[in-house]
Design a protein around this ligand. Structure first.
Ligand code: GLU
Length: 382
């Protein structure tokens, strides 16, 4: 690495030292081994490190996998086959997981709390706010929340699906200053270091590009549980909301401390722009879009460069069946999504007013609830 880049790296990492509220994610690969269940020693080491940080006024929310791995070992299953079997394993394993964390943190006088979430809790505005309030209250009480997906009730449609993405949503919920994904690898590599001796750790990622996704996709095979692809999705969610993210090795003792000193550990994903407000984060990432509006290039420009609202005249086509108040994705004709927003009209209404003038809405529909299709306060450019 050139000297100039090293200096840039050090400067770019300086804000990490100031991060006070931190989301940290550990995968099953770190704290459990296949067949043998949870690794008590690793959990204890992790708790030692997190308790140390908590004693220095850092507020930490831990997102931990391991419930299924623990449950499989506990129930003596060779491999859970059906969904109910996996869910049973998760239920039996979750209590074991918490029991180990309780013990490990109690040695340091740190209180922990269990928080189990599904995508449905996050998509539903009032449940999202309840979860947020609870997590913030726990942090205020000095309690360390330990979050996992509520696997017992989560079937495909209501699942976040992986704890990488869940950890980014938790970082949003608590308005974290930083998200750290602890994994088997000490960062994101330009190739598979196991097979390609030339593969290098990527120090800094400025933007999660298609190219990077492609790189990880090709090399995904053989990487740690969860894969790097979901880590990139998490990075995109976090950084687009202004929250920096780091992928670092969970096997390296003291890695978090080094990270907070600004040392060049892991792969650092730079935040993009300013922090989004909690409400905009929810619009952009918490809710899967219920439909898609194709807009013309002029409308895109007005939305992305001039901060305007979306009017009927800019809408070219409407896909999906959504209600007013739901989240839709905005794209150009090439299909590439560039924004999300809360729509003021339902799909059927929009199909009638698309392409027309605001002044004609009332005549076409017989009423006019709003001038805009999406008000700029309810719109997030991605
Ligand atoms: N919730 C799952 C578990 O606790 C893990 C999901 C993941 O690792 O992404 O076993």
């Amino acid at each position: 690495m050139g000297r100039e880049l090293q200096i840039a790296t050090a400067a770019a990492r300086r804000p990490l030292a100031k991060a006070r509220r931190v989301g940290i994610k550990v995968g099953s690969g770190l704290i459990a081994s296949p067949g043998a269940g949870l690794d008590q020693t690793r959990i204890a080491t992790l708790a030692d490190e997190l308790a140390g940080l908590a004693s220095e006024q850092k507020e930490i929310a831990l997102v931990s996998s391991g419930a299924i791995a623990a449950g499989v070992a506990r129930l003596g299953l060779s491999r859970p086959r059906s969904i109910p079997e996996k869910q049973a394993a998760a239920a039996a394993g979750q209590s074991a997981l918490m029991w180990h964390y309780e013990q490990a943190f109690a040695r340091h006088g740190v209180k922990v709390a269990q928080v189990l979430l599904t995508q449905e809790d996050i998509s539903h505005r009032s449940r999202y706010l309840n979860a947020r309030n609870t997590l913030l209250a726990l942090l205020r009480f000095g309690v360390l929340p330990i979050v996992n997906e509520n696997d017992t009730v989560a079937v495909e449609e209501i699942k976040v699906g992986d704890n990488d993405n869940l950890s980014a949503l938790v970082a949003h919920l608590i308005d974290a200053d930083l998200l750290v994904l602890l994994t088997d690898m000490d960062g994101l590599y330009t190739g598979d270091p196991g097979r390609d001796p030339g593969a290098k750790r990527i120090e800094i990622v400025e933007s999660v590009t298609d190219e990077l996704r492609q790189l990880v996709w090709q090399k995904a095979e053989g990487l740690s549980i969860g894969g790097m692809l979901t880590k990139l999705e998490a990075a995109q969610k976090a950084t687009a909301s202004g929250i920096p993210m780091v992928i670092a090795s969970g096997r390296e003792p003291g890695v978090l401390r080094r990270l907070f000193k600004g040392e060049p550990v892991g792969t650092y994903f730079l935040p993009k722009g300013d922090r989004l407000t909690a409400r905009k984060r929810w619009i952009a990432f918490a809710v899967p879009p219920q439909g898609r509006l194709t807009v013309d290039p002029g409308a895109r420009k007005a939305l992305t460069e001039r901060g305007r609202s979306l009017l009927p005249s800019g809408v070219v086509s409407v896909e999906g069946e959504f209600q007013s108040g739901e989240v839709v994705a905005l794209a150009l004709a090439d299909g590439k999504e560039f924004a999300r927003g809360l729509v003021n009209y339902d799909a059927a209404e929009l199909r009638r007013i698309q392409g027309g003038k605001t002044a004609d809405i009332e005549q076409v529909l017989g009423y006019k609830s709003f001038d805009e299709v999406i008000h700029r306060d309810n719109l997030v450019v991605l």
